[in-house]
Design a protein around this ligand. Structure first.
Ligand code: PA5
Length: 398
């Protein structure tokens, strides 16, 4: 993985602003080392045999796995699933549910599942998140109609807190297979926990992911430099960061990045607004704004050096796509839009694992450079409280 934060960015940043943040490196590194929520920097991975055992059973008795969850403890699995499964060929089907209260979606899903043999992985660290709970209840009702109690035990898998919460209570009572999101790892930093590794074990080599992620954790200096660059640009009025991918397959991954940064640093009236675009599609829409509109954003391009070769009109399309990416960066820089470039050799699990650990480090460092706690999300609670008030509920549900 290569990172380029200077060629198309440094000229926008005055040296004194850059140094103001760059000089905080020791303090920021120490803060991360001492934080009680830094478990994602040394995640336990001694349960892979259990993952494979459950995966093999589900593959044997089910045509698809329904994964229910929302937010950080869930988005990474969808990101990798979408990126690493083919566009058109079939692969093991995973349905990611729980991110909406749409009655249309849920009733259509239940209808669809009536005729499909499936298993269910409910993922919630707290075990009380509203969207997850409602979706689980609806699917569970169908499962109770379809399967015996013994079959339910074979088909329901919980991923939750090691000791607390309603899901853990249910596991203790019924004896479902269960996995843990450790206490010292928050949802959006849980890529290397069973919340993500179990669903991903169906479609990719999770040991490659672990290998890449652990390599990526070594990129502390680079991640800090990226955080310093972002923080400096914010001071110069670039208050939004646009993440750009050059293949629709990156879409969910960019959603994961947006959630990681948005929930990490958007606090106390501070933080960058993370947005994303897929090129070249969005060059014909928001591209106009980026090139020529209000100068509130800078960009971070995910560049892939090698993609499958395809000759169209005597030219290799993979090279044309890269040429366009370089041209767009040049044009945007001319339009006063600073452009970072994160390059990976190719779209393989190890490389993207590395990129992901790099992003987690950069998000945490960015939080510390904004002088906020990178690992909480107090703002998310406010809408939940409002919902509870309107539903006339007490504080029992998250
Ligand atoms: O990143 C986070 O911590 C959050 O986005 C949570 O993952 C999200 O709110 C879901 O929480 P839970 O896993 O408790 O259901």
């Amino acid at each position: 993985m290569k990172v380029d934060f200077s060629t198309n960015v440094k000229k926008f940043i005055e040296e004194d602003i850059f140094q103001k943040y760059n000089s905080r490196k020791d303090e920021v590194f120490k803060k991360l080392d001492n934080d009680s929520m830094n478990g994602w920097m040394m995640p336990p991975i001694d349960y892979l045999d259990d993952i494979y055992r459950v995966r093999d059973r589900v593959k044997n008795n089910s045509k698809c796995l329904v994964v229910v969850g929302i937010g950080g403890s869930f988005l990474g699995a969808k990101a990798f699933y979408d990126l690493f499964t083919p566009y058109f060929k079939d692969s093991f089907k995973i349905i990611f549910a729980g991110t909406t209260l749409s009655s249309r979606y849920l009733s259509e899903l239940i209808d669809y599942l009536k005729d499909v043999d499936f298993s269910l992985n409910v993922i919630s660290k707290s075990g009380t998140t509203m969207e997850t709970t409602i979706t689980y209840s609806a699917i569970r009702k169908l499962m109770e109609e379809k399967y015996s109690i013994e079959e339910l035990k074979e088909r329901i898998i919980m991923t939750t807190d090691p000791v607390k919460g309603k899901l853990r209570e249910e596991v203790n009572k019924v004896g479902y297979d269960s996995f843990v999101i450790p206490d010292n790892i928050g949802g959006r930093y849980s890529l290397l926990t069973a919340a993500h590794l179990l669903p991903l074990s169906f479609v990719l080599d999770i040991e490659e992911l672990i290998k890449g992620y652990m390599e990526g954790l070594k990129l502390k200096e680079e991640a800090f430099l990226y955080a310093v660059t972002r923080r400096s640009l914010f001071d110069l009025g670039f208050v939004a960061e646009n993440y750009v991918g050059y293949d629709e397959k990156w879409s969910s991954y960019l959603e994961w990045i947006k959630q990681l940064f948005g929930e990490t640093e958007g606090k106390d009236g501070k933080g960058l607004l993370p947005v994303s675009m897929i090129h070249t599609r969005d060059l014909h829409s928001l591209g106009q704004f980026v090139q020529d509109g209000n100068k509130i954003l800078f960009e971070t391009f995910i560049k892939v050096d090698k993609t499958p070769s395809l000759i169209v009109n005597d030219k290799d399309l993979s090279e044309v796509n890269l040429l366009v990416e370089d041209a767009v960066i040049a044009a945007h820089v001319l339009g006063s839009v600073p452009c970072n470039i994160l390059s990976i050799k190719e779209v393989n699990v190890e490389e993207v694992g590395k990129l992901s650990a790099f992003m987690c480090l950069a998000a945490a460092f960015s939080g510390f450079l904004f002088d906020i706690n990178p690992f909480n999300q107090p703002g998310v609670e406010i809408y939940k409280q409002e919902v509870r008030n309107r539903l006339g509920q007490n504080n029992e549900n998250k």
